[in-house]
Design a protein around this ligand. Structure first.
Ligand code: SAM
Length: 274
């Protein structure tokens, strides 16, 4: 660890020194154990010197671990109360940390990073899924994403066809990325503890990516099919062409959404575009 970073007080002391308490409305559940944040960074397998966008640094536990690993960090935090504490971390990082006060749902990460970037975050749960969808479908998607979600959301991202958790999120995520759970964390690992367990998902773009128009069509098809997941596709996809669309895609119109794999949904999306 570099000198100035090693000299920082423990995270709990930093929070106390700045009189900071977690706010529920901002989805604040902090990781104050650096052994855990260092492990998350290791699981991210990020090349030294790479640029990482971190959403919601809060007291900076994950940020410290990213900086220790030699990464360049751009941290986007909505809660201005954390800026003085993060300023101390920026000072200790010798120019490798930039803190931006902003709402991450309104930020274009690729623009902020000025090009190729990775995303690492212990996400605020209330905006985790919309943020992920935005990154998956972005014109310049991240090189990798290492993201903490509620366990139930993590399971929906990595689910296989036939799993109870299989749905729209799995199809859209796995059409563009490989996705796996790399770490489970119990609620007690956080301060304050949330009501549910959490898990870290690592996502990496597939070598071949569907073009933006196909992704848009995929979003429409999956929204309709899983919007009425117990119905046959000929009926749930009625507004998009129903049985004729299925036949054009080579998919059984009597099948239900939960039995169609990602490749099948991509065929439906291609047929919709055609
Ligand atoms: N990274 C810290 C950690 O692991 O201890 C904090 C994680 S906490 C689960 C989520 C963080 O995201 C909080 O710092 C919260 O203020 C911030 N946050 C919530 N909504 C946000 C938004 N829309 N844009 C940016 N940051 C947000």
């Amino acid at each position: 660890m570099t000198g100035a970073l090693a000299d920082l007080p423990p995270l709990r002391e930093s929070l106390e020194a700045h009189g900071l308490l977690a706010r529920k409305s901002f989805g604040q559940h902090f990781l104050l154990d650096l052994n855990i944040t260092r492990k998350i960074v290791r699981l991210g397998t990020l090349p030294e010197g790479a640029t990482v966008i971190e959403v919601g640094p809060g007291p900076g536990g994950l940020t410290r671990a990213l900086l220790e690993a030699g990464l360049k960090v751009i941290a986007v935090e909505k809660d201005a109360r954390f800026l003085p504490l993060l300023g101390e971390l920026a000072e200790a990082s010798e120019g490798r940390l930039t803190v931006v006060e902003a709402d991450a749902t309104r930020v274009d990460e690729a623009k902020l990073a000025g090009g190729a970037h990775h995303i690492v975050s212990n996400l605020p749960y209330n905006v985790g899924t919309p943020l992920l969808i935005g990154w998956l479908t972005a014109a310049e998607p991240p090189l990798s994403m290492t993201l903490m979600f509620q366990k139930e959301v993590a399971e929906r991202i990595v689910a296989d066809v036939g799993d109870d958790a299989y749905g729209r999120l799995a199809v859209v995520a796995q059409a563009v990325c490989s996705a796996r759970i790399v770490m489970d964390l119990p609620a007690r690992a956080f301060t304050p503890p949330p009501k549910v367990a959490s898990a870290v998902v690592r996502l990496e773009p597939l070598p071949v990516r569907p073009e933006p128009a196909l992704l848009k069509a995929l979003e429409r098809v999956t929204a309709a099919a899983f919007g009425q997941r117990r119905k046959m596709l000929r009926s749930s996809l009625k507004a998009l062409g129903g049985g004729a669309l299925c036949e054009a895609a080579g998919i059984d119109p009597d099948a239900r959404a939960e039995t169609i794999d990602v490749a099948g949904f991509l065929e439906l999306a291609r047929a919709l575009r055609a």
